[in-house]
Design a binder for this molecule. Structure first.
Ligand code: UTP
Length: 289
């Protein structure tokens, strides 16, 4: 079965990024020369997905506008003979079909996924969080789709984190079945320190089966009073095999101030035009520290 749809939830409040995120969605903050969310959309497009479902909320219309046509801007750029820039702006709108659904209250990531039920329909789908960036040679989403092709079962992306950070993540316990791949036995959202025997943290990439919707509908508020995707995933893992995949690449939590700064440096160092000059500058800065 081929996966055609990707869900990007962007309806969170973004409190960790205040005051920057007061009037601008954190997903619209710039990493070098494009907003964070554009990297996510480009990863999805590069992985062969055909449609994106954005879960939005009040104040997030800048994200929808970014991927829409802007005739006025395009006309002005054409009239000024800025054809290359005009093409670049147009290409963003041509990347992929995007539809939005609105999460009326920020009741949690699980609830955000549940709001896409009618649009996703009865097929497996992929979820990418709008502020979780992965820099890799093969797009992280593609790596996960390759694993799904093999197992035809849900997959969560994981990375190892320091033991003193496990309380910030959903943590899986599982049995390693081969390099980078675990069969999930248990999942816990933001466990209290010392209560889990694993440092395998779920990051913002998931492949889900449509039966997750019934499970989410029956999930009561968990950690932080929110409907947690991890709780529904734990229930799903009791029904069928579920796999955790240690992806190849580096992940940045761009919804967090320090993660955002690290992402800017990493992506700038890979930028086709800016990298050389930026590297030189960083060396000068490092020499002065
Ligand atoms: P986060 O844990 O990053 O929460 O959500 P947040 O509200 O965006 O940011 P902070 O923690 O207050 O700074 C993980 C993902 O789930 C989405 C967010 O947009 C983000 O992509 N989310 C979260 C929703 O779509 N709706 C919600 O009710 C909660």
């Amino acid at each position: 079965m081929k996966i055609k749809k990707a869900v990007i939830p962007v309806a969170g409040l973004g409190t960790r990024f205040l005051p920057a995120s007061k009037a601008i969605p954190k997903e619209m903050l710039t990493i070098v020369d494009r907003p964070t969310i554009q990297y996510i959309v480009e990863e999805i497009v590069a992985s062969g997905i055909e449609e994106i479902i954005l879960v939005t909320s009040e104040g997030k219309s800048a994200i929808e506008n970014h991927f829409d046509y802007n005739f006025e801007l395009e006309t002005i750029l054409k009239n000024k003979n800025k054809h290359e820039l005009c093409e670049e702006v147009c290409n963003i709108s041509n990347l992929i079909d995007i539809v939005s659904v609105r999460q009326k209250k920020p009741l949690g990531l699980g609830h955000a996924i549940l709001t896409t039920r009618n649009v996703v329909g009865d097929n497996p789908f992929v979820v990418l969080l709008g502020d979780d960036l992965v820099q890799s040679d093969v797009p992280c989403c593609q790596q996960m789709l390759d694993l799904f092709d093999e197992f035809q079962q849900p997959v969560v992306a994981i990375q190892q984190v320091a033991d003193n950070q496990t309380h910030q993540y959903g943590i899986i316990e599982g049995e390693k079945i081969r390099d980078r791949v675990y069969e999930v036995k248990r999942m816990v959202e933001k466990p209290a320190p010392g209560t889990v025997d694993s440092n395998l943290a779920i990051i913002g990439r998931y492949i889900l089966m449509p039966e997750i919707f019934d499970l989410l509908a029956n999930t009561t508020p968990g950690h932080g009073g929110e409907i947690q995707l991890t709780d529904a995933l734990q229930a799903l893992s009791k029904r069928r095999p579920m796999y955790a995949y240690e992806f190849e690449g580096t992940r940045f939590d761009a919804g967090d101030k320090i993660g955002y700064l690290k992402a800017i440096i990493a992506f700038a160092l890979r930028h086709p035009v800016l990298a050389d000059e930026f590297r030189k500058h960083l060396k000068e800065v490092a020499a002065g520290i």
